[in-house]
Write a protein that binds this ligand. Sequence first.
Ligand SMILES: Nc1nc2c(ncn2[C@@H]2O[C@H](COP(=O)(O)OP(=O)(O)OP(=O)(O)O)[C@@H](O)[C@H]2O)c(=O)[nH]1
Ligand SMILES: [Mg+2]
Length: 571
Amino acid sequence: MTSDRATNGELLAAVTAFRDVVAASSLPLDLPSTARAKDNRVALLRQLEDYVIPRLSSIDAPLLAVIGGSTGAGKSTLVNSILRREVSKPGVIRPTTTSPVLIHHPRDAHWFTDKRILPGLARVTGDPSGPDESATVRLVTSEELPPGMALLDAPDIDSVVSANRSLARQLLAAADLWLFVTTAARYADAVPWELLRQASDRGTAVAIVLDRVPPEVMGEVRPHLVEMLREQGLGTAPVFPIPEVVLDAGALIPESDIARLRGWLTDLAADESARETVVRQTLSGALASLDERAEELVVASRTQQRVVEELSQVVDQVYRRARTGIDEGMSDGRLLRGEVLARWQDYVGTGEFFKKVEVGVSRLRDRIGDALRGAGKPVSPEAVDDALQTGVAQLIEANADTAAIEVARTWRGLPAGEEVLAVHPELARASAGFSGEVDRVVRAWQGEVLDLVRTEGGSRRTNARVAAVGVNGVGLLLMLFTFTHTAGLSGAEVGIAGGTAVAAQRVLEAIFGDQAVRSMAAKARAALEQHTDHLLAGEAARFARAIGRVDVPADQADRLSRALDRVQAAR
Ligand SMILES: Nc1nc2c(ncn2[C@@H]2O[C@H](COP(=O)(O)OP(=O)(O)OP(=O)(O)O)[C@@H](O)[C@H]2O)c(=O)[nH]1
Ligand SMILES: [Mg+2]
């Protein structure tokens, strides 16, 4: 095997790099279309770590023959019979073997005491003192077995104990050779055949022990089994029938009945090139099977990536619409109707104020103060402020709530959306603290508008006018004007609210001049939009976080593809 060392080196490097990429990959979404790839990803990783990498790293290590099959098939009895002593306890209590027993020649010990193979299992040696410990492999030496080959007695493949089942599969995946033990009574069972099909798909070397065959059915059972093997692409697998004998507890199968199987195993162990053939067969089968499984993982990664993108796009679109909805609500004059209008009219007094506005700017200047003081009545602008605050907050909350409902509704129709929502049902509404947050932000904005009025006052004359009306009153006018001005509506165009807007505009212009008023309104509006964007971004981020937790790295599929290409090139 020395001639291939350079190739092996490159192949090992490529496979190790591939393993790292597979290990780093994830398929976090529960999609029906990628469920199989998810299972296969784990199996692929196992196969790389338990077989391909250890085998490539030490191509000269002894051949590992794993004895697998259903519980009670007689695996442990067979192993003991081959070795002519009890190395693995057989038993009547099913399942008996719960942790694997690995038997090797004393000279081969160094191959198995380290973690080259089955790194997840702790090594124990010596006779078992108590019950099997989980996650261990018992190492037993035997001179009966030639150097160059090790046997592993595995737990049952179709165990009622699920840990046994998965351990048995892991052990089979680590094998150079599967020695499948079945019985005359059970050879047609489904589970062993499912595993044999996998072995066939992966090109794993397989031999079958047809155990406990009553002599009178031998002529019928054996050809049937051979036929079944052929159908599954395992026509070349040798079959070793062993006749049923009466066995006392712990007794061994007579030498003569086991001789053929023993001979085959010891010949294989002694013949380096035959051993190499078996190892190479299983290794190239395993390497070849990487392609399909890796491709499946690549496709599944792309699918999941696309699904995550689809889900995120919905969030972007819906929240962009919410933003537009809020903008429109702030521009079309609707905020100035209803409660705001009623409070405004309380504030300025109905007919009087508008008459004063109509009189004209020059006279108005002198009368602003009176008008806004409600013709002598002490009226504060706060009631209008409150109404406006409520209106703006409701507009933002309603749009945010609709957006959440809309995203949830659309997600339910998309792959994986339902699952994410099942984990995060709170996403279907605006977040719990949102209303309070909006109130706080809108109030803060109102404070900023007052600051704007104070800083824009500028000249002494302007300051004097502001003072005449009161900062709060001017601030209120600016807010009202802000909600009509920026959409390009003139006061007259906004219907019922028109009077309000015209009044606000005229008074503000009288105080600041029209240029300054426009610039102040633009600033106030920009500030509110910035706050709104921030609030909506926070809401949208909840969805991003929910998918973020199941995010598929964007370049995962490409990285897998490239790593696989390198393995293929080195093979
Ligand atoms: N008569 C007879 N009994 C057998 C033979 N092989 C095994 N047995 C009995 O069948 C029972 C199960 O044998 P085991 O060797 O423990 O079976 P196993 O496949 O290792 O079972 P698990 O470890 O549970 O997977 C024991 O009571 C054995 O004595 C055989 O060839 N003939
Ligand atoms: Mg057993």
